[in-house]
Each structure stands twice: as structure tokens, then as C-alpha cells.
Design a protein around this ligand. Structure first.
Ligand code: LLP
Length: 418
């Protein structure tokens, strides 16, 4: 057993659904991201089912994985979307997403992005500051529109996660302090082109405990009560994303337990509940397939130099994140402890440290749990074309993004005439 629902060994060979990864590598080359349609659908259904009869909207956080095929699949399942840029808005619309199910988050929406979202009639802007509100009001006025707004509140809760992805502490750049939120909602008459429709928070990502979510939702409830006592009524409460997944030995709450506890803690509310899951929807539905180029044994270390690198999967280099690395072909040979590294000229270019594997050059490896924040954070560093992406569907495999070419990489650049 591999421990991943749709990636399993069959006769010693790792498969994605019922397709040998070896075949995918031969057909599409490496490095290649492989996603399982069944795994995505099953995560989405787990969220839907856990909400039961409670009025809700799941707004998938596009930043986790923004491939059009992924977005289209989720749109067909009825999902909404959480976007953070004009680019993500265009992706969702191109993929057939319903603009009335889009929330727009982020501390730095620019004018053009606001105009695009106003023109698309999205569900809600998650506004993060007073000045952003002023700008949105002005632009909405120019376009003769009323912008639906939810204020993102910073509940000052410790998400107990990596400091780079913790967002709900008062020292973080996100949201407005609870203490200011009420006065902003009260000042609505200053903003004739804004309608406050929601209240929002997001405290961080890769949370492996329920308690920070509970603390945040309690603070939000308290704030809602205060707003109501001032005669301010809103339509939805958005509790953000953040549910963690298992990379190594973490034991995050299940989707069911997470959603149930959000529903229970907000049981007395009439408002629609929104959530913005990213990682928990797609993280363990994807892997990065890579081929070992060279084995290099030094007196100190054994290195396996593979053809994927930090430009393909940045998480190990940026957060010291752990991803399981599995051999595509199970072997019985002697095991060595390997540093799994890429070809990029930086010591930080590693995918895994101290991994016990039996390897020969040419062997395929699968870097697991790479469906979220893998391809979406990839770059062209070292002028490396970005990887191909495929999605398996039972015994079929579809190319959902072709490998970039070097010609494409340099096509947009120009030299000075003299
Ligand atoms: N909503 C907002 C406003 C967010 O900022 C995020 C993630 C989400 C929802 C989705 O959170 P999730 O359910 O995926 O935890 N690159 C990092 C993760 C950054 C997350 C940023 N915000 C990583 O690779 O771990």
C-alpha cells in the first residue's frame, strides 16, 4: 500500500488509478505532474456530504492548482472559487466556473483586477483594508455598479503552522483587526457603491488541528452578534481555507470532522457558510513524476540527481517541506540513503533529504502530495521549461497541459536594436 487513495502499487509498480506511471513517463516524458480525477472528485464529495443540509458554498482556492482541467472538473461538480488575481478570474471563467460563485481575496487587488471582477458580477470581494474599500467604491461608482463586499477580519489566532503560511496573527499583513471591523461596517453610508454582504477570515494553511479553526469561528460569531446588535445584517460567513493534509505523519482532521465542527460551532447562524479549501481538495490527488539522471556517491553523501527541480516543486526549498518520494518500480536491491536533488545550481535545490532507496540511474520516482502548490508555484528558473501535466481517469490519461518549449520561453523577449 502506498497510503494514497488513487496511487497504489500493483505487482510492484506504482499506478495512478489503473495506469502504470511507467507508461505515463514513456508517453509524456518527465518531469510530469500526474493528477487523479477520482481523487479530486472524492475530496469534493467529502466536503459536500459533510455539509449535509446546511446552506453552504465551497469556494475552491484556485491558487492551490489552477489548471483549467482541474477548475473545469470542479465547476462541473458545482464548486465555487476563491481567486486572488485577475489571472485566476480569467482562468475560472474560461474553465466554465460560475462568476456568481466567485469570491475575490487578497491584500493587493489592483484597479484593473477590480474592474474585471465588477464586470464579471462576482459573488463577493473579500476586502482587506479601509483604503481598498475606498478604491472599490470609487471604481464601482464609475461602472455604475454596487460591489458586494465581505470584510476580511484578522482574528489574531495562532494557526500553529509554518510561519510563512500563517495569516491570522495580528502581526500578519492580512485582514483588518476585529476592533476596526465594526466601525468599517458602520461606515457603509460613506460607500454608496458598496454593499456589505459577508464577513470573512482565513487564518493560515496546512493546519493539522481543529482548535485554531474553532477559536477563529468563535471570534467571528461574536463579531456577527455585535454587528447584528447594531442593526447590520449580512448574508454569509466565510471561514477561509487551511485544512492540512498528511505529507509525512501528520494527523489532520478528516474533511468530515473539519466541516462538521464548523457547522456545529456556527449552528445558531442563519447565514450561508462559505469555505475556501485548496490543499485538502487537491494536495494528495497529485504527484510529480521524475526520472533519476545520475547517481553520485561522495565520501559524505549519496546524491540522486533527478530531472525535476525546485523550479518544478518549490515547497521543499522554500518551506523545508517534506514530500514522500516513492520508487515507481519496487525493488529488492541494496538500499542507500540518498539526497534527492535537482539540476539547478543551488544547494537549496532538493526534493527530499536522507531517503532510503534502492536506485539505478534511469529509475522513475514519484514525489507524492504534490497536487497543491506544486505546478502553481513553479517557475522557469535556469530557463527550464515547465513540466507537462496529465490527469488520469480510470484507465485513461489526458494531457491537460503540454510541456513548455524553450522557444516559448524566449519568445516574449526582445534585444535592444543597438
Ligand atoms: N483562502 C485564502 C484567502 C488563502 O490565502 C488561502 C491560501 C486559501 C484560502 C487556501 O488555503 P488551503 O486550504 O490551501 O490551506 N504555498 C503554500 C501555501 C500557501 C497558502 C496561501 N493561502 C504551501 O505550499 O504550503
Amino acid at each position: 500500500m502506498s497510503g494514497f487513495s488513487e496511487f497504489n502499487y500493483l505487482d510492484g509498480e506504482l499506478h495512478a488509478e489503473s495506469i502504470p506511471l511507467q507508461n505515463i513517463a514513456e508517453q509524456f516524458g518527465t518531469p510530469c505532474y500526474v493528477y487523479s480525477r477520482a481523487a479530486i472528485v472524492s475530496a469534493y464529495h467529502a466536503f459536500e456530504k459533510a455539509f449535509g443540509a446546511r446552506e453552504h458554498l465551497i469556494c475552491y482556492a484556485v491558487k492551490a492548482n489552477s489548471n483549467l482541467a482541474v477548475l473545469n472538473l470542479l465547476a462541473r461538480l458545482g464548486s465555487g472559487f476563491d481567486i486572488v488575481s485577475g489571472g485566476e478570474l480569467q482562468r475560472v471563467i474560461t474553465a466554465g466556473g460560475d462568476p456568481r460563485k466567485i469570491v475575490f481575496s487578497g491584500v493587493g487587488k489592483n484597479r484593473e483586477e477590480m474592474r474585471m471582477a465588477l464586470a464579471a458580477n462576482i459573488l463577493c470581494f473579500n476586502v482587506e483594508s479601509h483604503t481598498e474599500l475606498q478604491q472599490l467604491d470609487k471604481l464601482a461608482g464609475e461602472m455604475n455598479k454596487i460591489a458586494p463586499v465581505s470584510l476580511r477580519v484578522n482574528p489574531d489566532v495562532d494557526a500553529k503552522t509554518h510561519p510563512y503560511i500563517s495569516t491570522g496573527l495580528k502581526e500578519n499583513k492580512f485582514g483588518v483587526p476585529v476592533s476596526e471591523a465594526i466601525s468599517i461596517y458602520q461606515s457603509s453610508q460613506q460607500f454608496p457603491h458598496i454593499k456589505f454582504t459577508g464577513l470573512d477570515c482565513h487564518i493560515g494553511s496546512q493546519l493539522t488541528e481543529l482548535s485554531p479553526f474553532m477559536q477563529a469561528s468563535e471570534k467571528m460569531l461574536h463579531l456577527l452578534e455585535q454587528l447584528q446588535s447594531q442593526g447590520i445584517f449580512i448574508e454569509h460567513l466565510d471561514l477561509g481555507g487551511g485544512l492540512g493534509i498528511r505529507y509525512l505523519d501528520e494527523t489532520p482532521p478528516s474533511i468530515k470532522d473539519y466541516v462538521s465542527s464548523l457547522c456545529t460551532s456556527t449552528a445558531q447562524l442563519k447565514q450561508r457558510l462559505l469555505i475556501e479549501p485548496g490543499r485538502s481538495m487537491i494536495g494528495n490527488a497529485g504527484l510529480l513524476l521524475t526520472r533519476t539522471e545520475y547517481l553520485k556517491h561522495t565520501p559524505d553523501r549519496n546524491f540522486a540527481v533527478v530531472d525535476a527541480a525546485m523550479n518544478d516543486l518549490l515547497r521543499p526549498a522554500l518551506y523545508d517541506a517534506y514530500h514522500h518520494i516513492l520508487p515507481v518500480q519496487q525493488k529488492t536491491g541494496e538500499m542507500h540513503e540518498y539526497q534527492i536533488v535537482g539540476p539547478i545550481c543551488e544547494t537549496g535545490d532538493f526534493l527530499g533529504k536522507n531517503r532510503k532507496l534502492s536506485l539505478t540511474s534511469g529509475d522513475l520516482l514519484a514525489v507524492m502530495s504534490a497536487g497543491a502548490y506544486g505546478m502553481s508555484m513553479s517557475s522557469n528558473y535556469n530557463t527550464r521549461p515547465r513540466a507537462a501535466e496529465v490527469m488520469t481517469d480510470g484507465n485513461q490519461v489526458h494531457l491537460i497541459r503540454k510541456r513548455e518549449t524553450i522557444d516559448e520561453l524566449i519568445a516574449t523577449e526582445t534585444m535592444l536594436a543597438e
